[in-house]
Write a protein that binds this ligand. Sequence first.
Ligand SMILES: *[C@@H]1O[C@H](CO)[C@@H](O)[C@H](O)[C@H]1NC(C)=O
Ligand SMILES: *[C@@H]1O[C@H](CO)[C@@H](O)[C@H](O)[C@H]1NC(C)=O
Ligand SMILES: *[C@@H]1O[C@H](CO)[C@@H](O)[C@H](O)[C@H]1NC(C)=O
Length: 765
Amino acid sequence: MGLGGLLGTLLVTLLGTLGAGKSSVPRLQLSFRDLLATNRSTLFLGPRGRLDLRALYLDEYRDRLFLGGRDTLYSLRLDHAGPDPKEILWPPRPGQKEECILKGRDPQSECANYVRVLHPYNRTHLLACGTGAFQPLCALIAVGHRGEHAFSLERASVEGGRGRCPHEPDSPFSSAFVGGELYTGLTADFLGREAVLFRSGGARPALRSDTDQSLLHDPRFVGAALIPDSGDRDNDKVYFFFSEAAALPDGGSGQAVVSRVGRVCVNDAGGQRVLVNKWSTFLKARLVCSVPAPGGADTHFDQLEDVFLLRTKDGKSPEVYALFSAVSAVFQGFAVCAYRMADIWEVFHGPFAHRDGPRHQWGPYGGKVPFPRPGVCPSKTTTQPGRPFGSTKDYPDDVLQFTRAHPLMFHPVLPRHGRPLLVKTHLPYRLLQIVVDRVEAEDGAYDVIFLGTDAGSVLKVIAFQTGKSGEPEEVILEELQVFKVPTPIIEMEISVKRQTLYVGSPLGVARLRLHQCETYGSACAECCLARDPYCAWDGHTCAHYQPSSGKRRFRRQDIRHGNPALQCLGQSLGGEAPGDVKATVVYGTEHNSTFLECRPKSPQAAVHWFVQRPKDQQPDQVKTDERILQTEHGLLFRRLNRLDVGTYSCKTLEHGFAQTVAKLALEVIGAEQLEGLFPREPAEGEATPRSAPTRAWYKDILQLIGYANLPRVEEYCERVWCGDRYRRKGKHSKGKSWLGTELGKKAKSRAQGERNRTPREVEAT
Ligand SMILES: *[C@@H]1O[C@H](CO)[C@@H](O)[C@H](O)[C@H]1NC(C)=O
Ligand SMILES: *[C@@H]1O[C@H](CO)[C@@H](O)[C@H](O)[C@H]1NC(C)=O
Ligand SMILES: *[C@@H]1O[C@H](CO)[C@@H](O)[C@H](O)[C@H]1NC(C)=O
């Protein structure tokens, strides 16, 4: 193994310990059906069963949700009047589809008008732009005043949208609408090569960036937004978040990816002689999100996937939450880092990066920086007596030339606490979208992070610092399968007012409630163990926690420690006293294997087994060995012994809270008894006996998959059972049926449990 490989392995181990462990398992997994059956989620897929969604705009002022799809726009009401969906058909211009096909583009996936821009234009209109089958176009959409449900395209307003919308339906792109002008970060040409930052649509001439790789190098834009610096409107800036190619730091060949925050002044008017109609205030800095390691061997997450701006209640500058990925030959990982605007400003106020020396290394620019400082907006600070810099057009040439030569800041922006809030590796899916909600809980404020995957699901996670050293801790509260089939989540918008998340995928959009506290259970302890900042025990039920609600009722909540022993003192703990759980009788056959199932609600709980043998006074903890194995889903006896008879209790422990989950009275049928019952195996074509005895098959399975993989036995059996079920659909049922066996039954109940429950079964349980 080369050094690289060795490092890779170490890295995987290190990240494994970071991201793995019980906390990386969601505490609650809700299937698509569960979500629909409990009204946690409702779907809108449009009249044709698929939207081909590309843009989503949540309008909290008008209580509307606007969607941009393929050749269509939709408007949904969010108020009590019900969705009342309205549709606008907006195909490409006549002849454009044919031209697009002639140019060799894909008729199915590219030669249509994919709406990618939706912004509020004024009090009665939206601005919409679409790809127009590779001929971008923009138009105004009349949506009416608040309370009305008007929705129509202003035909006279349709115009070319080049620079305002990409040609492709899926190329990375972001836009912001500020002061009547549209800011875009995109590749603006037909071939998708010319990356620019563009501003257009206002009274001023359009402004764009130079096509220069030192400004933008194969950028992937993920976000754009106005973030004011101060109370002074003259200082307003639009920020762009993107990743781009960068030369490798060691000067070697090849490229690396780095993530950036870039910005321009809203009042940038370009230069007079230099940079005419080009940005004169563009600067960028590196966004770092890495896991620190001793000796500087940090693990970097360099590819920016999405950005969310958390606007705080005081209306001051937002906090920037960014989702990153790292893809290397050895692992795929994701990380979330949070940045303070103050830290971003400090980097932009710091030294400029400058390439110098014989090896063209980057260093801080040490020479004299011209006045006004490059990148500063024309404002009171620049218009000093005798120096009338009221517009960037008044900036001296040397200032503009310096800006053009030094667009990059020397220092990178580091995340809060110097490391990621959470790191996820070895996930079975990719993470694409992030939304954050700051929630007031009994023991403080928590950031609840919603992550959209490429598998049509959403993760709800809390991350916080614990202990004196501020060790990061994360809890995956829920994994929600929002869409029936795997599909990438491409848009997520949160409405705190409605306590709702709007989740968009190419298929359609889902309205998902942020919480459904009763799902966690009907006991104080279960509510407490959920550690969901949205939920608290109110004395009777697990209910939505609202700190501001005037009448302060009885509240029990403990997010940080999730300790029900403290929180639920004197309350119904939900964990029954040992005598309360009724024992179920289970039969096993001597010398054969048998399985006692115990599936705790929370995969994060520690499981202990106890046995009360017929003649013993006290229950004993079950001693596991070669013969008796404890797996993730229960207790496995590889070879049953007559002395195994007894009542087995499965107890879970989570944050100091013990609960008896299952109680099973095991009876052992002697080998000689069994022989008398079932003398032989049924031959081919013969009907399978309904209660086939346990057979040697378990041994075969173990040999097949190896003893080391015992936890996978269950999984394997489920597959075998399902396969068997499909075979049974055919006329011939082969001799060996798992159905009658103990393990077969378990596998069946699992296969039908949780993930595949029908709505009726949900109601019944
Ligand atoms: C879900 O909502 C529908 C319609 O609003 C209602 O009829 C149904 O009872 C609700 N189901 C549950 C489980 O709340
Ligand atoms: C919004 O803009 C459109 C198009 O310019 C115009 O017709 C409409 O009157 C404007 N609405 C308001 C409320 O100003
Ligand atoms: C299971 O029981 C049957 C019948 O007693 C016996 O033939 C078989 O060998 C047993 N299997 C194992 C794995 O011991």
